[in-house]
Design a protein around this ligand. Structure first.
Ligand SMILES: [Zn+2]
Length: 488
């Protein structure tokens, strides 16, 4: 090969190598740019669609918070909405003096130990709980109400039977009087408890005073009960509610049918009024309790005709009675029972409990043992089957089966009621602030009647328990009431 040819070949190879090198450099550069572009796109996607960055974390949904809590990766903000709901629920429980439940609720928040706001609240509730004082049940007053008059003019219209009107004037308070009364009781520092909160019963059936109720200094326990929340047929046309119902929101309300026959739903009796009041003032109801409903059975319960009064009047004219009460369909009794059970459960869920007020509402002190046996069997069979078990017996008309001395086994009525499972007995005394007997065999309490007659007597200067409670009766009493008000 000539030198020229050799040189020529060498330079050709050189050019080829140079071209290959340049092509490789271009490929490498393109690859680097491409990889950088991909990386940039990925970063942008992460930025736009979440997964990082502190500002987006504060906007996570409750569901996302729940998921992260469940995974043990507590990414939730300090006061996410689910945490806030738990804090709010705990605040209501604490207001109702149920500090342990409030603390439990807060400890249910994931990672609560690392959240100062929560641990401060827990410490706060623990401190308040530990400064509460055990209530001495032997000094707790017990007050009771009847069904309220929601239409004053209708109740006290001149065409009414005067004797019955005198009765309602004496036993009932109006809706406005009740509202003023509970407002005053609340302002006086009273806190509602049920009869069942005042005592305990051990496994052997022995009774003792409860030490479970503890309240902050300045608060006072008050046992509350209600008689005859049955909306008897005889209340028709007297301006009182028809029955307790659940409205479309699931709230307990009352139905009322006015003189024109229009039925409306509202706060026509003590149950919806007190529930509303306690919603605004949860510290008025210990553990949310709102009192004990003492029910008879002869006209059904809570406005549901779970049976007919004809059972109580075997010689009565059933056809005539049914014609006079056309809203009652005897064939629907089983339906009424099912409806009543739903209301009973809703009442229990709202802090109410139930007691016997006898089936036929007769004077247990005056009637014989045979009557008591028949009546109690009927109550247990026909009312307790709807309300659930109770050992509380509220005497109709305050007719206690004994004197102020202790009950003994020689008292046949007492022994019989004990054998039927009753051990807590309530009478009426409108003058004493409290009167009770806590014995191993039974509990006995007298109750203060807050009604027309006791208010009227207070205004007449008589020493009643209403002033001892601290009530300003002048501010409560409706001066449109016919006076004088006398016991009927
Ligand atoms: Zn009664």
């Amino acid at each position: 090969m000539s030198e020229y040819r050799e040189n020529n070949v060498t330079s050709r190879n050189e050019r080829r190598r140079r071209r290959r090198r340049q092509a490789m450099i271009r490929r490498v550069c393109f690859g680097i740019i491409f990889a950088a572009l991909i990386a940039l796109i990925i970063l942008l996607c992460i930025k736009i669609f979440g997964g990082g960055g502190s500002s987006e974390q504060t906007e996570t949904t409750p569901q996302q918070q729940g998921q992260s809590s469940e995974n043990g990766e507590s990414q939730a903000p300090e006061t996410g909405s689910s945490n806030q709901a738990a804090i709010d629920e705990a605040a209501i429980l604490a207001a109702q003096y149920d500090y342990d439940a409030a603390i439990e609720k807060l400890k249910g928040i994931a990672g609560y130990q690392d959240k100062k706001e929560i641990t401060d609240l827990i410490a706060d509730y623990e401190l308040t709980r530990d400064t509460c004082v055990t209530v001495d049940m032997s000094t707790v007053p017990h007050v009771f109400f009847h069904t309220l008059i929601c239409d004053f003019n209708r109740c006290f219209k001149s065409s009414h039977n005067q004797s019955l009107m005198n009765g309602y004037n004496a036993w009932m308070v109006t809706v406005d009087e009740f509202k003023e009364c509970i407002r005053q009781l609340y302002d006086l520092g009273y806190v509602i408890i049920n009869i069942g909160d005042s005592y305990t019963k051990d496994a052997d059936g022995n009774y003792s005073m409860s030490t479970d109720v503890k309240l902050p200094t300045g608060k006072k326990a008050l046992i509350l009960s209600y008689d005859d929340t049955c909306y008897y047929c005889q209340y028709m046309d007297w301006g009182m509610a028809d029955r307790v119902i659940l409205d479309e929101n699931g709230d307990l309300k009352c139905e009322y049918t006015d003189e024109s026959g229009n039925t409306t739903v509202g706060d026509y009796d003590h149950i919806p009024i007190l529930i509303d009041f306690c919603r605004e003032h949860p510290d008025f109801a210990w553990h949310g309790h709102k009192g004990t409903l003492a029910l008879t059975g002869y006209d059904g319960i809570l406005g549901y005709r779970t049976e007919f009064r004809m059972f109580d009047y075997p010689t009565g004219d059933e056809t005539a009675w049914l014609q006079a009460n056309p809203w009652c369909q005897k064939s629907e009794i089983e339906t009424y029972k099912e409806q009543a059970k739903v209301i009973v459960q809703a009442l229990k869920d709202n802090g109410y409990e139930f007691a016997s007020h006898t089936w036929g509402h007769r004077h247990a002190d005056q009637k014989g043992l045979d009557w008591l046996k028949q009546d109690t069997e009927w109550w247990c069979e026909r009312v307790e089957s709807l309300t659930g078990d109770t050992d509380i017996f509220v005497f109709p008309h305050g007719g206690d089966i004994g004197s102020g001395d202790d009950y003994t086994s020689s008292n046949e009525k007492y022994s019989y009621l004990k054998s039927m499972g009753f051990g807590v007995f309530c009478g009426v005394d409108g003058t004493s602030l409290y009167w009770n007997q806590y014995r191993s065999g039974y509990v006995r309490q007298s109750r203060i009647n807050i009604d027309g007659i006791n208010m009227y007597q207070t205004l007449q200067g008589k020493a009643t328990a209403l002033t001892k409670l601290g009530l300003d009766v002048e501010k409560i009493f409706d001066t449109r009431r016919p006076t004088p008000i006398t016991a009927s």
